[in-house]
Design a protein. Structure first.
Length: 202
């Protein structure tokens, strides 16, 4: 494996069930081959760890790391510490990505420290309004508190809040030593991004 791959994809895993296999199929099947995939097993008890080990055994790009259950934020922080890529991307264990996602992103944004891109969300009907409400309130308050101004032509609310659907330059995260707050139960993605965007090119 390349010592400094183009991108490190960090996937925290905890009892991911039926979705995890499809997630790994899409990530490992991406047409960009210069990647490392870091699976942080956060103490799964449902067989997700066995699925992760299976993929690590058959694909040299996959690294399997096991830790005691400490939560998603701890798993992501662990992944950041291990990541060797020029870029870092976070994928949840129930997410899928398009086969050419990395190829589309690779030639662009070489001078950026954070790159945002689109996604399609499949949510149960009863979660839609709750998600919009939380995003509309929490995000604007946090942006204002951190002194971050939303660009006029971009960053829809559901995009800014999540750590997924973004690339973070590896050197940027290492230089700023940004970490996800392990004590927060909700909103840790948003808080991390507020700090990240305020630090970018500062």
């Amino acid at each position: 494996m390349n010592e400094s791959p183009w991108i490190s994809i960090i996937i925290p895993v905890y009892n991911a069930g039926q979705y995890f296999e499809e997630c790994l199929q899409t990530v490992c099947g991406n047409t960009q081959l210069d990647i490392e995939i870091i699976l942080i097993d956060d103490g799964s008890t449902d067989g997700s760890g066995n699925t992760a080990r299976k993929w690590a055994a058959k694909d040299v790009r996959v690294r399997y790391i096991q830790q005691e259950n400490q939560g998603c934020s701890s798993a992501r922080n662990h992944g950041i510490e291990l990541a060797r890529g020029k870029w870092i991307m976070f994928v949840d264990a129930d997410d899928t990505i398009e086969p050419d996602t990395m190829k589309k992103l690779e030639p662009k944004f070489e001078d950026a420290e954070i790159v945002c891109f689109g996604c399609h969300m499949n949510l149960p009907e009863n979660m839609t309004e709750l998600h919009k409400l939380e995003s509309a309130i929490t995000e604007e308050l946090a942006l204002s508190a951190c002194g971050v101004r939303r660009p006029e032509n971009g960053l829809p609310e559901t995009n800014f809040a999540s750590m997924c659907w973004k690339l973070y330059r590896g050197d940027f995260l290492r230089r700023t030593n940004l970490k996800i707050d392990r004590e927060l139960v909700r909103g840790e993605d948003l808080l991390f991004n507020c700090h990240a965007f305020s630090e970018a090119y500062s």
